[in-house]
Ligand binder design. Structure first.
Ligand code: PBG
Length: 321
């Protein structure tokens, strides 16, 4: 555990959007985070068939999307970057700088979290680097991920959001950020992230499906309650500022115990498959989309979630009021 002076409690007080997100108030539109996708090889926005109302954008077209989202009341964005060329050895720094820098120079008021993972960058689609036998190599993976985290912060990211599930990544990111003058940049960790069937639509959007095998050697097994709790407790001890359970729907029972064990704000990620299932029910006339989304958000809130990451964040005001 960090010493009290190293806890960095000020990071969650740094500005108004962040104070709104981590507050102990009940659910309101300021507690919603909107995922956004920027793909290097796109020139115009592309609709996502399984996620109505969600697009993949170019570095240019994302600006008008964010402009309208800010007008709709969104304060927080979670950015997924999809490089045009896959690589297991280098980081496409100029694309990252262009995408993140472009957004932040135009909209300094938008709180921009950047998802930190290797799966949309690597040729094999795994969240870490592989050894010659095709097994995840934890040490080199964490090193590369921390280089990514630093590159994002240098490009203007407000917060870093590690989703790879390697061991030790939170401590390593905190360390590299602090050493380079980014002590104020918070880490919102995907701290309890399960291996799940509900990420399907996302993997299409992020071009990140593993080419071989699956993610069970690094993402948590849904049957393992101890691991689910330990994983968040560990990230808290390594210096995470916000924790998260994911998918939201399969983690409802874990939110409160994680809060009690860590004292940190815990969010829920309503993932692509959860959103797509509600959209499909609604499209077939079996429910009203907005009402179904509100119902799920109310349950996350009842379960103790401080904030929600949801593809419907941009419709938050309309859905909640
Ligand atoms: C990257 C990542 C994934 C999601 C968020 N970050 C996919 C995965 O782990 O395979 C899923 C989000 C969603 O389904 O909406 N590792």
């Amino acid at each position: 555990m960090n010493s009290a002076s190293e806890l960095g409690l000020r990071r969650n007080r740094i500005n108004s959007p962040l104070r709104n997100l981590v507050s102990s108030e009940s659910l309101n539109p300021k507690k919603l985070v909107q995922p956004i996708f920027v793909a290097e090889n796109l020139t115009s926005p592309e609709k996502m068939s399984s996620l109505p109302g969600v697009f993949r954008d170019s570095t240019e077209s994302i600006l008008s999307q964010i402009e309208s989202d800010l007008k709709a009341g969104v304060e927080h964005f979670l950015l997924f970057l999809v490089p045009g060329t896959k690589s297991d050895v280098s980081i496409p720094k100029s694309f990252y700088e262009k995408a993140i820098g472009g957004i932040k120079s135009r909209f300094p008021e938008a709180f921009l979290w950047v998802d930190t993972c290797l799966c949309s960058l690597t040729t094999h689609g795994h969240c870490g680097l592989l050894d010659p036998k095709g097994r995840i190599e934890n040490v080199s993976s964490v090193k590369r991920l921390s280089e990514l985290a630093l590159c994002y912060a240098q490009s203007g990211a407000d917060g870093i959001s590690p989703s790879d599930m390697m061991d030790g990544r939170v401590a390593s990111h905190r360390n590299i950020l602090d050493l380079n003058g980014f002590q104020h940049v918070p880490i919102m960790s995907y701290s309890t992230k399960f291996k799940s069937q509900f990420y399907g639509p996302f993997r299409e959007a992020a071009e990140s499906a593993p080419g071989h095998g699956d993610r069970s050697s690094y993402q948590i097994d849904v049957r393992n309650r101890e691991d689910s709790l330990l994983s968040s407790v560990r990230d808290a001890a390594e210096g995470a500022d916000l924790l998260m359970v994911k998918p939201g729907i399969t983690s409802i029972d874990l939110i409160q115990p994680i809060r009690e064990k860590t004292g940190l704000p815990v969010g829920a990620y309503q993932v692509s498959g959860e959103y797509a299932s509600l959209a499909m029910l609604a499209e077939n006339g079996f429910c009203k989309f907005e009402d179904a989304v509100r119902e799920t958000w109310q349950v996350f809130s009842r379960a103790g979630a401080s904030y929600l990451i949801t593809y419907a964040a941009r419709r938050g005001k309309e859905i909640l009021y």
